[in-house]
Ligand binder design. Structure first.
Ligand SMILES: NC(=O)c1ccc[n+]([C@@H]2O[C@H](COP(=O)([O-])OP(=O)(O)OC[C@H]3O[C@@H](n4cnc5c(N)ncnc54)[C@H](O)[C@@H]3O)[C@@H](O)[C@H]2O)c1
Length: 258
């Protein structure tokens, strides 16, 4: 089997569901060995089983991205199992409190920032340390952070989520500048609203009529699929994007073009 990720090892956080799961399956189909790290290890194991059933190599790891020791151990287990690290997708995230600032308590704010922003920082830290330790050849390492259209624009009642996702874009630029000297590229993908378990929870929270209006806010007049977001992530991880670093790639059905 040859593919765009042939011979590479990829580490995907939030790999048990939605965009992370679709990404892990696509990367494996393109020849990568994949480590799926998720706080819900059962879902990661189920996704890993799908990869193996299709003839690929996969490892499921229980990991809370807010805990530095968990992330360090997950990256180390990936390297110990597959021998190296080439690609990482910092995707684990939650939808946030969906509450106006005046009603948003500090613990809800801290939880969203902890997973969606600090979690990405901790992953970058341990991935870059592992890539440095293995002596990555120039141009062979690539990391993608999953932000959102809410990394560029805002919705009411999304202070925690929007702040974290804006932060991920800044963090991506800093990491790209710092990692360039070690031959590693770092980019962000900014999905529009995509049909995943997160969207199902969102629809249940705010009501189907609100979600129908959100659908219409995309120029393409539909939500994306997890597989469509995974394709953008794959391109940034693959050698096809070898001159791209520090960038934010919109995969948003035209949401932010208007
Ligand atoms: N679905 C959308 O509309 C949409 C739009 C833009 C951006 N995003 C972003 O895409 C990413 C994936 O979202 P999704 O829609 O696939 O959601 P999802 O809920 O389907 O999957 C998220 C995964 O992350 C895992 N996770 C949550 N907290 C974790 C933690 N502390 N440590 C490790 N794993 C953890 C969950 O267990 C789950 O498997 C998120 O960062 C999200 O903000 C999603």
């Amino acid at each position: 089997m040859t593919g765009r990720m042939q011979g590479k090892t990829a580490f995907v956080t939030g790999g048990g569901s939605g965009i992370g799961r679709a990404t892990a399956l696509l990367l494996a189909a393109e020849g990568a060995r994949v480590a799926l790290a998720d706080i819900d290890v059962d879902t990661a194991e189920a996704a890993a089983a799908l990869v193996r059933a299709a003839g690929g190599e996969a490892l499921a790891i229980g990991c809370d991205v807010t805990r530095s020791s968990d992330v360090a151990a997950a990256v180390a287990q990936t390297v110990a199992t597959f021998g190296r690290l080439d690609a990482a997708v910092n995707n684990a995230g939650i939808e946030g409190a969906i509450t106006p600032i005046t009603e948003l308590d500090e613990s809800a704010w801290a939880r969203t920032i902890g997973i969606n922003l600090t979690g990405v920082f901790l992953c970058l830290k341990h991935e870059l340390l592992a890539l440095r330790a293995q002596g990555t050849a120039p141009g062979s390492g690539s990391i993608v952070n999953v932000s959102s259209v809410l990394g560029l624009v805002a919705f009411p009642a999304s202070a925690d989520y929007t702040s974290a996702k804006h932060g991920v874009i800044g963090l991506t630029k800093v990491a790209a500048l710092e990692a360039a000297a070690q031959g590693v590229r770092v980019n962000a993908v900014l999905p529009g609203f995509a049909e995943t378990p997160m969207a199902e929870r969102g629809r249940a929270n705010v009501g189907p009529e609100v979600y129908a209006a959100v659908e219409q806010m995309h120029a393409l007049k539909r939500l994306g699929t997890a597989e469509e977001i995974a394709e953008a992530i794959l391109w940034l991880l693959s050698d096809a994007s070898s001159f791209v670093t520090g960038s934010s790639l919109l995969a948003d059905g035209g949401f932010t073009a208007q």
